[in-house]
Ligand binder design. Structure first.
Ligand SMILES: [Zn+2]
Length: 296
């Protein structure tokens, strides 16, 4: 669960580098205010995923694009305590090949190719969320269809389902490029894809901080739909989409409501229901090291 994932892929894989370098922020890589804020947004998003039950324990990650070829991604530090306890130090910058200058003891997720694969294939995407939501996993294993079962109960979920929630039929750990490419192909241009027996991937576009929030809300919408589908299926009743005339009465209420207001709620919940652990640890940062692509 905590190794660095060294499967072969074009462009290199994440490996443990050993070359020391000055502390992060030096050597012309001083962090901008925007990047620091984005790191915090990603850390909070991980805590949100934990308090809302979309991730269990130590699995799941969030990333955001910080340039054409680079991303900030939640990895694992030497004091890994799971998503609920994510700090900004758990979020580090790597390039699309998985290379970067990172603190000692930090490693990128095994499934970094999920993030880099989507970001490479879809230039418009600026945030990627990968979670293992239990209801989504159960519904996918059961082979339940992803239909707009509900209307006003959850408009974003209904609209997502109406427009299509693709399913990638593999249950593999996505630690190789070929698996990531297959997953990305299944996802197409949709904002979410269900990974059967595994979880889901959701994305956002535009401003990266907003995109992180949007991707989290999309993951929540799919989990909400999955819970309803499982509950209906358990009664023995058929799963039926709501009528077109009702779908037509489900307006897009806009990102100010669906994302911004929802994010304020989620951030407040993470603060109120999550652990009191600070987002920024006061301890001195460990020495940095170089994370480089393999030559394999
Ligand atoms: Zn996974």
């Amino acid at each position: 669960m905590t190794d660095t994932g060294t499967g072969p892929r074009p462009g290199g894989a994440v490996v443990s580098g050993s070359a020391a370098r000055p502390a992060a922020g030096a050597a012309g890589t001083a962090e901008t205010t925007d990047t620091a804020a984005l790191r915090e947004r990603i850390a909070v998003a991980c805590r949100v995923l934990a308090v809302t039950g979309l991730v269990e324990h130590i699995l799941g990650h969030v990333s955001a694009r910080v340039g054409p070829d680079a991303l900030l991604v939640r990895g694992r530090g030497p004091r890994e305590r799971g998503l609920a306890f994510t700090t900004v130090a758990d979020v580090q910058r790597v390039d699309l090949d998985g290379a970067g200058n990172v603190p000692a003891g930090w490693s990128a997720p095994n499934e970094l190719p999920i993030h880099t694969g989507v970001l490479r294939a879809r230039p418009e995407v600026t945030a990627v969320v990968h979670t293992h939501p239990p209801a989504v996993v159960a519904a996918s294993v059961a082979g339940l269809p992803w239909l707009p079962l509900v209307g006003s109960y959850d408009i974003p979920a209904a609209r997502l389902a109406h427009d299509g929630i693709p399913v990638w039929p593999r249950s593999a750990l996505v630690r190789r490029w070929d698996l990531a490419e297959s997953m990305v192909a299944a996802m197409g241009d949709r904002p979410v894809v269900v990974l059967r027996g595994h979880g889901l991937v959701s994305v956002g576009t535009g401003d990266p901080a907003d995109a992180v929030a949007a991707a989290v809300t999309r993951a929540l919408a799919v989990e909400s739909l999955a819970r309803i589908a499982l509950a209906v299926a358990a009664t023995g009743a058929p799963l039926r989409a709501i009528p077109d005339e009702d779908l037509a009465e489900l307006p897009d209420l806009g990102s100010a409501f669906n994302v911004a207001a929802m994010w304020r709620h989620l951030e407040a919940r993470a603060a109120a229901e999550g652990p009191a652990a600070p987002l920024r640890e006061e301890a001195a940062a460990p020495p940095a090291r170089r994370l480089g692509p393999t030559s394999a």
